[in-house]
Design a binder for this molecule. Sequence first.
Ligand code: TNX
Length: 531
Amino acid sequence: MKHYFAILLFFICISLNANDNLMLGIVPQPVSVKITSDQFFQISKATTISYQSEAIKVAQYLVTHLKKSTGYEIPKGNNNAEIRLVLIQNKELKNEAYSIISNEKGIEITANTTAGLFYGVQTFLQILPPEIYSKRVRKYKQWKIPFVIINDYPLFSEFRGMQLDISRHFRTKEEILEIIDIMAYHKLNSLHLHLSDDEGWRIEIKKYPLLTEISTIGNKDHVGSGKREYLKQEEICEIINYAKDRFIQIFPEVDMPGHMHAIIRAYPELASPKDSRIEKRVIRIDEAGYLFCKNILTEIDSIFNSKYIHLGFDEVNLGCEIYNDKEITDFSNKMTKFVKDELKKTPILWDDAFEKGYKDNSSLIQWWRNGKNHWWSQMELTIDDKLQQFDQPYIISNAKYTYFDMAHQPNSFGAQWAGSISVAEIYNWRPYKDLVNYNPSKRDLARGIICATWSENITNYGIFQKMVYPRLAAFSEKGWALDEANHSPSWTEYRDKILLKKQLKRYNAMKLNYWGKYNPLKYKRLPDSKK
Ligand code: TNX
């Protein structure tokens, strides 16, 4: 009787719900999900896996992941294996696309690229019980795979990213590796590493030993005192390779010519003669300053060898007037020319450089300042409007939606200068359509979205997690499907069926800290719109 009732309920749910993902709760939501039966396939000790040699790393990733919680060492089997990772050549399939079919024979993930297979693997893990994310073996759990057909691909994929500020407060190698794992879980593909700021320099540099010796000391709470905190070059290499295996590119940011106090502590002769403050933050932009910046970028590039190099250029004159617009623009032209011509990389600069006059359609501008009115300046045009007018390619990092150092709600912990940002507001955000004077024909200028975790207030890893999760879940929806998605349920449906019922359970199994962990009712009272 109970059984019939369950089947009946199943069919009622299916017929009422066009979107079967409300039952599975995959995040970010796939383009199409169909549950094809009420049966399950169960992973067991006897399960095997098959894959082509090109997909060995993805297969190893999956096998290692499954072993942690199931305890099974899944061996390689033949073409009839129950888990099949299949690389095909199908011109119709987009880059990073994958499809999944599961039935009584097991589960098959198909893709054109290993990246696509990897995203298929992430979705596969999510359709298993949430305990699959446990770091210890759950002996009595049944690892059931529902029968599904899933077709999925990101609508736009150059940047689905997160910025990590390890200057104001440092994050260790182990923490960064875990952050990369969780980014991969959310199908993000870019980590923007903010390596230097006034409070600390965080990478070992051989050419300038005092950077490692002096500039790495201190943080936002203890400027210039305390222990050395930085990543050794071999640690960076390990992080880069770890991220690569998870299809995440890492690009470095060396913030210049402002926000350089940590560097000036070690090399005071590099300070701008115009910076009369005791705590000097701005570097000289003559030949000596230029040579220094060139040298550190050359060494950093030899480690990262990333497609992009971020040069900062934000808030050069914060609180004082050091360089005029022409001086800043000349220096940014010089530095970007070096990055392009000598290092053969694409420069990224914060929108401040663009506002001062730097324009170049072979560089990217990272847009962070929303609207016209800021406590530090009044702008004539909004940056998003101006970027489109000048056909300037850019990345969307609009502080109003993507700065996770902002509080979750008014009066809760965190900064407020861009307003509080609730997970609901991120979910309802339309990165493109909310642009001022949105022009669909200029849409390709925006190369993706990156959220930021500025760490002035993020003093430890627990706070980091609380500020980032589950806002990253809603953000990943925007990264994967933007505002085009026609499969999006409303925020309240997403909250009740996907976030509370599935996603937070996975976070629990991962032992992540997140906002509202001990009080999920908080989610019911969140502001859900900024318009
Ligand atoms: C602005 S966004 C900054 C950072 C701060 C952040 C705090 C940007 C390019 N600069 O230096 O950490 O606000 O929210």
